[in-house]
Design a protein around this ligand. Structure first.
Ligand code: KIV
Length: 272
């Protein structure tokens, strides 16, 4: 029996560090389901993030807080079945890692075992140090997330740019160094000044991935629904839309409704 040759090379956490070393920017996008992940993966994305933004764009919640560990695992397993090349990183949801390191490890293990993903992401710096350490000691790769951390939105009160003041910027840099020292393989920097992103990125050997962090990050991430223009009411300065799917889908669905009502669909060629 011959074994089929794989045409792809899986991106690993080591590939990402190598990309930074070689000056190659890292591309990362969210996906939450099989069909979307298949398209994203086939387009050669380096990293697929099964983000807890699924709470917003898939479930319609106002924040990322309500999504559960079981729901994240469901989304992640669907993405894993689709993606052959990308590294798949999964957010550990709010309430599943903050209370103690043992719970953090249990949550990370459930994600890895039940979804087949390759790494987890957590929000925060020195405050979650023990949890990060515990997960890493179990051999699970961890990505950090600093700056605007949506799981803490009620502490911040707004979604505005973070770390504009010197004290917060200093803490962010120190948190980034702590995460690197612990063994994290990368850090998402969300909505912080471009100069601070540069400072952090220059100080680390692991890659930074920006979302609203400017051009100096080692890679970029966007929520796929935003990039495709499905979320037309969300317009932050950092977002570049590559399509207007909300308008295109609305027009297509409107046309379908009209065709059904007018008895144009199905026609003689579209029946048995
Ligand atoms: O959940 C998510 O989509 C994220 C990105 C915004 C980085 O964490």
């Amino acid at each position: 029996m011959s074994i089929a040759k794989k045409e792809y090379k899986r991106v690993t956490v080591k590939s990402l560090v190598d990309m930074k070393k070689n000056g190659e920017k890292i591309s990362m996008l969210t996906a939450y389901d099989y069909s979307m992940a298949k398209i994203v993966d086939a387009a050669n994305i380096d990293v697929i993030l099964v983000g807890d933004s699924a709470s917003n764009v898939m479930a319609g919640h106002e924040t990322t807080l309500p999504i559960t560990l079981d729901q994240m695992i469901y989304h992640a397993a669907s993405v894993v079945r689709a993606a052959k090349r990308a590294l798949i990183v999964v957010d550990i949801p709010f309430g599943s890692y903050q209370s103690d390191p043992k719970e953090a490890l249990r949550s990370a293990i459930r994600i890895m075992k039940e979804s087949g993903a390759h790494a987890v992401k957590v929000e925060g710096g020195v405050e979650i140090k023990e949890s990060v350490k515990r997960i890493l000691h179990a051999g699970i790769p961890v990505m950090g997330h600093l700056g605007l951390t949506p799981q803490s939105i009620y502490k911040f009160g707004t979604y505005t740019v973070r770390a504009k003041e010197e004290e917060e910027a200093k803490k962010l840099l120190s948190d980034a160094k702590t995460l690197e020292k612990l063994g994290c393989f990368g850090i998402v920097l969300e909505k912080i000044p471009a100069d601070l992103t540069k400072k952090v990125s220059d100080s680390l050997s692991i890659p930074t991935i920006g979302i609203g962090g400017g051009k100096h990050a080692d890679g970029q991430v966007l929520v796929i629904h935003d990039l495709l223009g499905m979320t037309h009411e969300f317009n932050p300065r950092f977002l570049r839309r590559y399509m207007s799917l909300y308008d295109d889908m609305s027009a297509a669905i409107g046309k379908y409704v009209a065709d059904v009502k007018s008895k144009d669909f199905p026609n003689d060629d579209e029946q048995y």
